[in-house]
Design a protein around this ligand. Structure first.
Ligand code: ATP
Ligand code: MG
Ligand code: MG
Ligand code: MG
Length: 403
């Protein structure tokens, strides 16, 4: 069964499936991904995080050092080179990043916190890859790692990055019904961890939501189902919401720094680490699921919509007022907010109605329609009709005329 986001991403040519759980990103999909990465990076710049990239091939030695060559074995894609050296396609990068930081040598205290991140493909041999980009064997993750001199500093850093995560999801993507829940760190290790969950009918995860005080908790499968709220103590106030995890943050402590000898130069104390991951491709799919209501109309957060504006030109039969429309488009393109953001639909083989339906299906938030000559003749000056795609609806709102 396909999720709504998967159907919409296929219908709008955002992605192409080359195998189960493996996808090519097509040009329109790539524009969305690039925009989301730019949003994340603009926020990371504000907190002094530096971008880098580590290899995808991780050798068995570093993964054995942390014990995860065995622990994560069933989800790991493993391979050998011609000399029979063992590698994996990395599912995450704590080992490689910690080893890298150890090799930086002496870090002076002014360099803390050290925040480094990448946006790179991750590989997991998922038991059940499904729902398109929601659960792939290869996916894009933005992963950030922090290094601090003591636990208190690490907790401060954790808080700052978590606030950044909230700004990304709530302020930039306007995904208001994001649940931030305390979670079990699992194989990642460490003590404290939070998950960022969005409502999603595929129900890959679940959270409890208190109807009285709105506190959200992780619903741990196999636990006895709770009924009473821990925060406000109300009884029978918990509802279970189907969700999907879009981000995960961890306070790792010295789990990796101690085994990799990533220590301060003076007293040899291991760094206190945190790590943070946003599923970039999953977030795109999950936000489409949150904002779209039908297979006819994809809806995305406006800040990652592939185009801000579509201008629909009439087909060949209608003799468009070409000069006027072209100079108008040129003028719009000069505006900094619209530069490289306008999709001009000048296909001659499709009617205006058909093109309007397709732009609505793609979910371009603002649409201008240039009428054909027979309409223009009736007007003193040429005018364009303005439509707006409404989130959580498959309708276009007609906003009248612009001249
Ligand atoms: P899940 O519980 O859904 O399997 P996870 O807890 O295994 O995810 P993490 O190891 O916490 O995932 O990775 C960080 C983020 O990477 C997740 O919050 C999620 O957004 C994304 N992610 C993980 N696995 C996949 C996948 N198979 N396809 C797409 N995104 C994924
Ligand atoms: Mg998983
Ligand atoms: Mg999880
Ligand atoms: Mg997780």
């Amino acid at each position: 069964s396909k999720s709504l986001s998967y159907k919409l991403m296929l219908a709008n040519s955002l992605i192409h499936s080359t195998d189960k759980g493996i996808f090519a990103m097509l040009p329109i999909g790539q524009r969305i991904i690039d925009k989301l990465i730019r949003i994340i990076e603009s926020e990371f710049m504000k907190i002094g995080a530096q971008k880098l990239e580590v290899p995808i091939l991780g050798n068995k030695e570093i993964w054995s050092k942390s014990g995860r060559w065995e622990e994560m074995s069933s989800e790991m894609f493993k391979l050998e080179d011609r000399l029979k050296h063992h590698f994996c396609l990395q599912p995450t990068a704590e080992e490689m990043i910690t080893e890298l930081v150890r090799n930086f040598g002496t870090l002076r205290s002014t360099q803390f916190p050290l925040l480094i991140y990448q946006s790179s493909p991750k590989f997991r041999d998922e038991m059940n890859p499904r729902f398109g980009l929601l659960r792939g064997k290869q996916f894009l993750m933005n992963d950030l790692y922090s290094f601090d001199v003591d636990e208190k500093a690490a907790k401060d850093t954790y808080k700052i990055v978590c606030q950044t995560y909230e700004r990304i999801f709530r302020h930039h993507l306007k995904l208001e019904n994001l649940f931030i829940v305390e979670a079990n760190p699992g194989a990642m290790g460490g003590s404290i961890s939070h998950e960022y969950q969005l409502p999603n009918s595929c129900a890959e995860d679940k959270v409890y939501l208190c109807k009285k005080c709105s506190t959200a908790y992780k619903f741990e499968v196999g636990l006895e189902a709770k009924t009473d709220c821990i925060a406000c103590k109300s009884s029978d106030s918990l509802a279970v919401v189907d969700t999907i995890e879009v981000g995960h943050t961890f306070q790792l402590g010295d789990k990796y720094s101690s085994v990799f000898n990533a220590t301060m130069s003076d007293n040899k104390t291991p760094y206190y680490m945190c790590c943070f991951g946003i599923g970039v491709t999953r977030t795109v799919a999950a936000s489409i699921d949150v904002l779209s209501t039908s297979q006819n109309a994809m809806r995305l957060p406006e800040s990652i919509s592939p185009f801000k504006l579509a201008v629909i030109l009439p087909n060949s039969d209608s003799h468009p007022n070409t000069l006027f429309v072209n100079s108008f488009i040129h003028e719009l393109d000069q505006l900094p907010t619209l530069r490289n953001e306008i999709l001009v639909d000048d296909r001659l083989d499709k009617s205006i109605g058909r093109k309007l339906a397709e732009m609505n299906q793609l979910g371009v938030p603002h649409i201008l329609v240039a009428p054909g000559k027979k309409y223009v003749d009736f007007c003193e000056s040429p005018r364009l009709e303005y439509y707006r795609a409404i989130p959580k609806s498959d309708q276009l709102l007609s906003e009248g005329l612009v001249s």
